[in-house]
Design a protein around this ligand. Structure first.
Ligand SMILES: Nc1ncnc2c1ncn2[C@@H]1O[C@H](COP(=O)(O)OP(=O)(O)OP(=O)(O)O)[C@@H](O)[C@H]1O
Length: 306
């Protein structure tokens, strides 16, 4: 497989459930060797997009292609690996047995030890799946998703329930797979995860793609900066200054989001000679997303990873 080759695509896709419009005119391409993070608030259309690519749903209009074929064709589906959130696996089977069984469905599976090592489950192979912790089960599900050497890997919130070392290990494994040429699509609510992992971030909002590009390009689309300082200035007063988008207080700290950072910093220093611990940062992804909604709609389910 050539790096950057388009492995799957949606062009002008519309999908409705009854009168509910889930996707309206979505265009998206997935490339070999690229990790794409699909982000958006609840109900934005992420699951619907993945369902269409997996051939579980049919578009009402537009074209969906998987390895150049209709995603409903079995041959096309053999090239994908999937880790969904509601995986139900037989609890009495041992992890190693489950992995062997899953690998047997693929023409050229990865050696079991390699899948286990990538997923960090080498020490769990003799344990019954049902006796594992939630985080351990997630790792087994990941091993199953990658055991067939998929050319396209779908990961639906793969690190939910994982502690930080396990999450970092999974990120490393995902990077390895992308390095081997796999296209990876992941949905995540963790901004940190998208920032660390993704080559591209696609933001869906109310069934439309509102941003598609690198994490840096997304950040650059919003010119906002955030200022933090220790100050006794009233947040509401600062919020009314020109160039300030938002100001709030957290204990002794004042947090200000603004467009014209130099002017606001100058005015803060003038207004409060005792101001200290001044920090200026580029907008985080959460501010970027908030900005993309245009009407200030927050993304309540986007949170920083713990
Ligand atoms: N089977 C269904 N019947 C009716 N409406 C549906 C169905 N599935 C999804 N929808 C609606 O379609 C829209 C998109 O839903 P979708 O599940 O794709 O969003 P999502 O981005 O995956 O959300 P979440 O982050 O909550 O999983 C929502 O308004 C949802 O209510």
């Amino acid at each position: 497989m050539r790096m950057n080759e388009v492995v799957a695509s949606l062009h002008g896709v519309h999908k409705r459930y009854g009168t509910q419009h889930a996707l309206t005119g979505v265009d998206m391409e997935l490339h070999a060797g690229q990790v794409l993070a699909l982000l958006g608030p609840n109900g934005a259309g992420k699951t619907t997009t993945i369902g269409l690519l997996l051939g579980l749903l049919r578009a009402d209009a537009g074209q969906v292609r998987l390895f150049g074929c209709d995603p409903q064709q079995v041959a096309a589906r053999r090239g994908i690996g999937v880790m969904l959130q509601d995986a139900a696996l037989p609890p009495t089977l041992k992890t190693g047995e489950l992995l062997r069984l899953a690998a047997s469905y693929y023409p050229a599976p990865r050696p079991l030890a390699e899948s286990a090592a990538l997923a960090g489950i080498d020490d769990l192979l003799d344990r019954p799946y049902g006796k594992l912790s939630g985080g351990q089960q997630r790792r087994v599900q990941f091993a199953i998703a990658i055991c067939g050497r998929p050319r396209l890997l779908f990961l639906d919130e793969p690190t939910v329930g994982l502690d930080l070392p396990a999450r970092q290990r999974l990120w490393a494994a995902i990077r390895t797979l992308a390095g081997e040429g796999a296209a990876v699509v992941l949905t995540t609510h963790y901004l940190e995860e998208a920032g660390h992992l993704a080559d591209r971030v696609c933001v869906l909002l109310r069934g439309r793609i509102v941003s598609d590009g690198s994490v840096d390009a997304l950040r650059a689309r919003v010119a906002t900066r955030s200022i933090r300082c220790v100050s006794t200035l009233d947040a509401e007063t600062v919020a009314a200054w020109p160039g300030v988008r938002q100001a709030r207080r957290e204990g002794t700290q004042l947090h200000v989001t603004c467009d014209q950072v130099e002017a606001v910093v100058r005015r803060l220093l003038d207004a409060d000679p005792a101001l200290s611990a001044l920090e200026v940062q580029a907008a985080g992804l959460d501010e970027a997303f908030r900005d993309l909604t245009g009407d200030g709609t927050p993304f309540p389910d986007l949170r920083e990873a713990a």
